[in-house]
Ligand binder design. Sequence first.
Ligand code: ADP
Ligand code: MG
Length: 600
Amino acid sequence: MKEKKQSDLAVLLGYAGSYRWLTFLGLGLSAVAMILGMAPYICIWLVARDLIAAAPNWTQATGVARYGWMAFAFSFGGILVYFAALMCTHLAAFRTASNIRKQGMAHLMKTPLGFFDSNASGLLRNRLDGAASETETLLAHNLADIVGSAAMVLAMIALMFVFDWRMGAACLLSAVVSVGAMFSMMGGKIAGLMAEYQAAQDVMSKAGTEYVRGIPVVKVFQQTVYSFRAFKQAIEDYSAKAEHYQGDVCRVPQAINLTATEGAFVFLVPVALLLAPAALKNGTFASFLTDFAFYAVFSAIVSTALARIMFAASGMMLASTALGRIAHVMNAPTMEITAHPLTPKDNSVTFRDVSFTYYGAGIPALDHVSFRVEPGQTVALVGPSGGGKTTAASLIPRFWDVSSGAVEVGGTDVRLTDPHVLMDQVAFVFQNTHLFKASILENVRAARPDASRDEVKAALSAAQCDDILEKLPDGMDTIIGTEGTYLSGGEQQRVALARAILKDAPIVVLDEATAFADPENEALIQKAFAVLTKGRTVIMIAHRLSTVVGADRIIVLDSGRVAEQGTHEELLRSGGLYARMWADYQQAVKWRISADEGRE
Ligand code: ADP
Ligand code: MG
């Protein structure tokens, strides 16, 4: 556990870069400040000594004022030095957090785009941002407090020997007891309990999220609260664990800890009572009283030091989880960008023995897939759901990189092509279209920022979006997603098609949407497809087989493998998977027509 913490610190200091020395300087100053802060207690001891020596002629105690001013100077100096210390640690902490953000963002820029599909980019950014700020507290405050408190403890041990070691030991005993009690709540077997307790908390919050997400389903299907047994179970489990940990395990140690911390003098008073008779007999009672006065005041700072250490320890724990979250971002897969890019020669697309397995997945989504699309050809990918169609399409613009084999565009491996060149060459329309919360104009213009208003308008027209623009209050300038301006799925697809048309790339990758089956939208989308695909190399994923009949070639993907390929006629003749799918499709169309007739 200790080793882990050290490595956390090392990681953090690594991010600090050259500002590391500022951290060290701050920590050193913090130690000095803490020791200066203890000096006034010695002044109090000096005052007590003077007063007791002069008693009962108090006016003869001449040094009191001087010691008072000295105490003031030490306190004030301590505060100034502490200020300077925090200044250093804060500067270093801010720089470290900013380095973490910069390096994290730089890393994210290199991860494949597909990574953001399973890790929403906003969430990643928030996570990075939040984690970076959490490390600030550790570097700016907690570390300084730990080092300062350690210096204080050392100074305390020294002071223990300077005056009366027996009373000093009594003061420190309370510190030892409370630290012991603290550790008994954290270490060994208890650590396992603590992990269980935190795991139960995780389970509960996940079950809670599911509960909230499931509310519509419950309402629609009129289910009772019993369908959320899992959530209830998670809460009960958590409360049992929490009660056990906090009640049975922590109650006694925590009581001891607080008592020892707050009542540091409980050991001092009995020890002093035991020592008093001997001091009286030896005639050293005056100096004994002085020492007692010192330790009685001094015991108060024992509890402050301990409280500070406790806070700092919890800060360490927070920072440790924050570093875990930062590591999640920093360990994301990256995409190599070639230093010597090759230029694609034409607009063909070739899959050469391509295999691809998603990160963390057991079985490959694509398994030795090979096919070629000649420039200007239209090739359709079809097959059962989960066959690997979307995966194959997303390898072309390098949303992911292949695990083995190669995807070539224009005869050049996409990994050896300049990403900008590749992006200019390939336009894609995917099922889950992302429209930004911006005007339609800006959404379409994202494809080609230098496009004029008229060009955007023409692209929207070609994508059959005129009816959408007409019904929006500000036409092309309407912000999507604001009140009353939500677009239906089919409408969003058409805007996405306008974007692809504006981009005017020679290769088009289309993942046709299945969800938007209303006939009106479908007809419009088909028209927009026709504009977009004219004269280009097209790789289309089609769910309605009617759209693939005219394709130059059809590739049937099943379980990540090419089951068969050929033209519509060839595949029908060979009587394989495609022929069966076609028969099913015909059947479905017939049903739909007869159902429509029945309605009339
Ligand atoms: P299709 O588009 O043909 O329906 P996909 O290419 O979407 O199929 O999926 C192929 C396989 O890869 C499926 O088994 C699917 O579960 C898996 N898969 C798809 N996307 C991901 C992802 N982001 N992470 C892990 N596995 C995925
Ligand atoms: Mg798909």
